[in-house]
Design a protein around this ligand. Structure first.
Ligand code: KL2
Length: 418
């Protein structure tokens, strides 16, 4: 019997005391619930390793004892883990369709979850699921995203995403909705062009789902397996909201591999205009018909649309998006600088899984004496610590006797201030 690995909850919000004072809240416990001016919820992101992919890539699991690789051994462990952490929202990747129908969905429903699922297009029968506790949220909308596009030769891969809009259930208080997105981007380390386009498509869908009447966005949680490492151009684009990709080799986008020999440079633009997504990662309005019309024939809305098109046509090697996203994890252990890993098998031990969230902004930060202005957004309360590669090899890597995927689950506790 292999040993077990220890993960602990880290409180990450070091301003809790002060903010508690400002808000006039008598309860100092950051995890407290039941107050009317806040909504606390937890999120898990977990790539559970589909049995089909495990068998297709069996060379990655040669270090494992055979019995721990059987689905009949793995699933009870995965379910035990999910039950143990009891997150309010689950974003699962590599959910195999037959297992979802016969075991995963029924088991999660009996734990009080509502489950939504989007299967990949094409031949591989796995996909992304988002499940949430009935007791915490009601479902406002379900928005699946297919990254395969018959009309765009670049987009010939079958990855998908899923975006839900959830309404927090809070007695006697109005709350904004929360947008939860889940994806599993293309693995191929050499095809950063496709990965970036898939990400842009997910961001465009999130924009349209999270968009509120007043023009702002509701709080966002974006989870998944992005098949990209911390600090890579794809990762930096998510965090910074901008990326100048001029001269960047397609194999350098995700940072999974070092070499970029003989690789193409990203074309400008990366994806063609008929994808209908701007360089700002939002859906473009429908093409204005190019008929003979004078300006005076155009209504004001048509003029607005024309403007959008003109802006989009400018060729630039710059991508942008409109969210300000933070990562729950910081990817390195602060004391040692050793990397955290979220996946570990015989070929690699790296971070590719993330929970990103729209952090609340402190409107007047830096002004002494000023009260902290809370503008939408989420506050990260705590996260479940990750491990180093070395930690994982002391339990024979992944999957092992107790940890039944080649990824670790990521977990975060958030607060929405109302
Ligand atoms: O890295 V993953 O594992 O996020 O855990 O995402 C992909 C890979 C997943 C879905 O395509 O299958 C794994 N070498 C190693 N792993 C592979 C390969 C490969 N050639 N192809 C797919 N995967």
């Amino acid at each position: 019997m292999e040993g077990t690995i220890k993960r602990h909850w880290e409180d990450v919000c070091n301003h809790n005391k002060e903010e508690t004072k400002i808000l006039g809240d008598k309860n100092d416990d950051p995890m407290c619930e039941g107050s009317e001016n806040k909504f606390d919820f937890s999120v898990m992101s977990y790539n559970i390793l589909s049995q089909d992919l495990l068998e297709d890539n069996s060379h990655l699991y040669k270090h494992c004892r055979r019995p721990v690789l059987h689905w009949s051994f793995r699933f009870p462990n995965i379910l035990k883990e999910i039950k143990h952490f009891d997150a309010d929202v689950l974003c699962l990747q590599e959910v195999q369709e037959d297992h979802y129908g016969t075991e995963i969905r029924p088991s999660l429903e009996s734990l009080g979850y509502h489950c939504e699922y989007k299967m990949r297009t094409g031949r591989k029968p796995d996909g992304c699921a988002i499940c949430f506790k009935h007791s915490k949220f009601s479902l406002l909308s379900v928005n699946p995203v297919e990254f395969y596009r018959r009309d765009v030769p670049l987009l010939d891969r079958d990855n998908v995403g899923l975006v839900l809009l959830l309404q927090p259930k809070i007695p006697s208080a109005a709350s904004p909705a929360i947008c939860v997105a889940n994806t599993h981007l293309l693995y191929n380390p050499r095809r950063g062009d496709i990965k970036l386009t898939q990400l842009a498509m997910l961001l465009a869908e999130i924009s349209s789902v999270a968009h509120q009447k007043d023009g702002s966005f509701c709080p966002i949680v974006m989870c998944g397996d992005f098949n990209s490492v911390p600090g890579s151009p794809l990762y930096s684009f998510i965090k910074e909201g901008k990326l100048n990709y001029e001269g960047l080799a397609i194999g350098k986008v995700s940072g999974q591999e070092q070499s970029s020999r003989g690789q193409r440079i990203l074309s400008i633009p990366i994806w063609p205009p008929n994808l209908g997504i701007s360089q700002n990662c939002v859906y473009e309005v429908q093409q204005v018909p190019k008929v003979e019309k004078t300006d005076s024939d155009l209504t004001q809305t048509q003029l607005d649309k024309t403007e959008v098109l003109v802006t989009a046509e400018k060729l630039s090697s710059k991508l942008q998006h409109h969210f300000s996203l933070s990562s729950v994890y910081s990817h390195y252990f602060p004391d040692t600088g050793i990397p955290e890993v979220t996946t570990c098998h015989s070929r690699s031990a790296i971070t590719v899984d993330y929970i990103f969230y729209s952090a609340e902004k402190e409107g007047v930060a830096g002004q002494p004496g000023a009260e902290v202005a809370l503008v939408g957004g989420l506050k990260l309360l705590a996260r479940l610590s990750l491990l180093t590669e070395q930690d994982l090899w002391t339990v024979n890597g992944l999957p092992n006797e107790n940890n039944s995927s080649d990824h670790l689950p990521l977990l975060a506790k958030f607060r929405l201030e109302l």
